[in-house]
Design a protein around this ligand. Structure first.
Ligand code: ADQ
Length: 447
């Protein structure tokens, strides 16, 4: 096989290149191992003349990282407005908060064309190209227009809604037409694959879409969870609990993650099951993301207010029900926090997969594992049916599941966890990447 070319909006930062953090970097770490690879994307930097730039090349452990700059206008219209202000909510079924402007679409297409212009000179005929996520829907077609004949695959990390939602996007049919240029399209779940295939069909197009559920590197996460147990941070958290049970929530600050709904569910627990008052602590770790997008600023205000009100209403002079953090916590410390926790509360309103649910499972102690509460609307739910599955729109459902989790006997916790752990250790990130790339090689419908 020739080289593997990975294209994503951002490439891993120099630190992430040796210590991968998120799903994409962890999954691809194994895919690029032993194969000559090039990873192409935005540098995170701005410049005024992006047409005449040359990609910045940097080789680390056999992977060449090629990055280009964008203008500040491109960043605002392509990334903030069109990708995160429109495509993200649309794909998460939130058509009430989308904001479409033709000028943003023009710049979204312009950036995809710029990616193609800058990438093509770096390509060789026997390369295999793997494009990632909603920032780059039309990139395959832009590459084809420039004569690229290589295999090109596309993977969508977020959900894909049914046609009744997708058609709200004025350029939906154009995008779907462009996407027929890919040799293989992968999504997270069977539901997403069904929705996207149906959208092609509704536009008079035929394209197979396949589900490849992403995983984590469970071995590495479990090792981090164990090896950080005696760090000062983890010792401080343990001491501060004073034998109270710990409920943990870990998310980027994003409205798709259902964090206000989770707070309401926890409040319902305190009201309906008062025996837990002063016996539990809910630790929610939510570093700010996409702070430039208005809906994210509004969410931050909502959570600040909600956390303050719940603490004001329910705290005692020696107990605070919620510890709400917006500062980032290093990944290895987070892994041990998961291991200390008795319950994880993962309540997205929609989520492509949700790796936090899988990380919580990987971090547990087999002798005394914690319980996972998981939204039906996470892509991970079909694989993780031994979690306590809830509807995040129903705060009483969350409260009942919390009570069940907090009082669950050890043998039931073990039984459920063993099944979940089997799933997490079987469907790893490496398995995901390998499955996609094998299927891409097998595809023989290059236009
Ligand atoms: P995200 O929306 O970012 O990813 P998720 O999969 O839950 O969502 O998390 C990604 C990573 O960020 C995880 O490894 C997690 O540990 C880390 N992370 C989250 N909160 C953190 C915190 N407070 N501190 C430190 N690290 C934190 C998108 C899709 C998902 C899909 C992934 C991968 O939205 O549905 O699972 O891509 O495909």
């Amino acid at each position: 096989m020739g080289r593997l070319i990975v294209v994503s909006n951002r490439v891993p930062s120099p630190r992430e290149r040796t210590q991968p953090a998120g799903g994409l970097t962890v999954g691809l770490k194994d895919a690029v191992r032993g194969v000559e690879s090039l990873w192409f994307g935005w540098s995170g930097e701005y410049s005024d003349d992006v047409e005449h730039q040359k990609p910045n090349l940097d080789k680390v452990e056999g992977v060449t990282y090629a990055t280009i700059d964008l203008t500040t206008e491109q960043h605002e219209r392509f990334y903030e407005n069109f990708s995160n202000g429109l495509l993200w909510p649309l794909c998460h079924y939130r058509i009430g908060i989308i904001d479409f402007h033709r000028e943003d679409l023009r710049v979204y297409r312009e950036v995809n064309a710029l990616f193609a212009d800058q990438l093509v000179p770096l390509l060789r005929p026997d390369d295999t190209i793997w494009v990632h996520d909603y920032h780059l829907f039309p990139l395959g077609e832009e590459l084809r227009k420039r004569g690229v004949k290589s295999k090109i695959g596309f993977f969508l990390h977020i959900p894909f809604p049914p046609w009744s939602v997708t058609r709200v996007l004025p350029c939906a049919a154009e995008f779907l037409t462009d996407m027929t240029s890919y040799d293989l399209i992968g999504v997270q779940t069977d539901e997403d694959a069904h929705n996207m295939s149906d959208c092609f069909h509704m536009c008079g197009l035929e394209k197979d879409v396949h589900a490849f559920p992403i995983g984590i590197d469970p071995k590495e996460f479990a090792e981090q969870a164990i090896s950080s147990l005696e760090t000062p941070e983890v010792n401080r958290l343990r001491a501060s609990l004073r034998n109270r049970k710990l409920i943990i929530g870990v998310d980027r600050l994003d409205y798709s993650k259902g964090i206000p709904e989770r707070f309401h569910g926890y409040e319902a627990l305190l009201k309906r099951y008062p025996e837990h008052i002063n016996n539990v602590i809910f630790l929610q770790i939510t570093p700010v993301s996409r702070g430039g997008v208005a809906s994210y600023q509004a969410l931050r205000r909502e959570l600040d207010e909600l956390a303050g009100r719940i603490c004001g209403d329910h705290a005692d002079f020696d107990w605070t029900p919620i510890r709400y953090l917006t500062q980032p916590v290093p990944r290895h410390i987070l892994a041990s926090f998961h291991r200390l926790a008795d319950v994880a509360l993962v309540t997205p309103l929609r989520d492509g997969m949700n790796l936090v649910a899988k990380e919580f499972v990987a971090a547990q102690d087999a002798e005394n594992p914690g319980a996972l509460i998981l939204s039906h609307f996470a892509g991970a739910a079909p694989e993780m049916s031994e979690a306590l599955l809830i509807n995040p729109y129903d705060s009483d459902d969350i409260a009942d599941a919390l009570n069940t989790a907090l009082t669950m006997p050890l043998d039931e916790r073990r039984r459920r966890w063993e099944t979940l752990d089997e799933e997490v250790t079987t469907r790893t990130a490496a398995h995901w990447a390998h499955g996609f790339l094998v299927k891409l090689q097998e595809s023989n419908d290059t236009p």
